[in-house]
Design a protein around this ligand. Sequence first.
Ligand SMILES: [Fe+2]
Ligand SMILES: [Fe+2]
Length: 348
Amino acid sequence: MTAVDARRARREGRGATGREPATRLPAPRGPVTATLFDRLTRPPDDSPIPLDVTGAELGDDDFQLALFVCYELHYQGFDDVDERWEWAPPLLAARMELERRFEETLAAAVPRPPLDGPVEVRRALRELTADDDGPSLSAFLSRRAGLEQFREFVIHRSIYHLKEADPHTWAIPRLRGRPKAALVEIQADEYGGGRAERMHSELFRATMRGLGLDDSYGAHLGRVPGITLAISNAMSLFGLHRRLRGALIGHLAALEMTSSLPNRRYAIGLRRLGGDDTAALFYDEHVQADAVHEQIACHDLCENFAAEHPWLAGDVLYGAACALRLERLWAEYVLGRWDAGLTSLRHP
Ligand SMILES: [Fe+2]
Ligand SMILES: [Fe+2]
């Protein structure tokens, strides 16, 4: 690639690697993904896809990967999956079974937070996010993590950050008035305000390259455990069902309201491990941007939405609680593995 090509590639958001490499289905992890992937690698037809997920746990690898792959058909898709599968009735029926189980496991893991009334949404969101006293992965990463642990952390995060903002964008056509304007204001920042190289997903790719990691979309899907996939699956579940739009915006608010301090710590940790300003820019950017997004999400988006849709106010809090709970379960998993001297990733 010449210097001119490299500059053009950066402007167009293709990173340093030029043409995007193919994104292919990962290896199956059990009977559910084996059945699903076998069908997805053939042309769509009308016969049912029988998936048994009765009793699957929230962080189950096989179950979460199957759901993630179903959702991914609505994002960038896979080069070895026919695009017509996205809306093929057997796929949608199978996805519905997976979602039914996912909603059950989420409901069992996340008590619905109490709410005095829709006018209390802003206060309740503040209490919920302030109460979050899970293990501090960000404190560990800032002070003690080794380079390999930081790289593992970035690999887990790549599942969401390489499509950062996309799941919450599903809410835009489902809102109107002030909440819609508020969400668009946040998302415009997430997408770089019209500059491809400033898109948060692109800033994250620079972080990955700075750590010597493959920054291509989907490159690490096969290496992350079910609990990492559950974090992204919750956003897609809320995003792809209009009935869950309250939970989706609450989920976004929780992310924005718990972002500034951890990102400051990630930047400190990355620089301690030798990362330069380009690699740390993703985290630096979020310290600033999310201090603003927090206000917009909590007040302009969620409070106004709850006032206009009081019957969905409880869902706003539930979505926030799901975000916090999944984040905590994931942090416990990662730190637990590291405490035991093990990798937090799956072996390829
Ligand atoms: Fe962001
Ligand atoms: Fe943000």
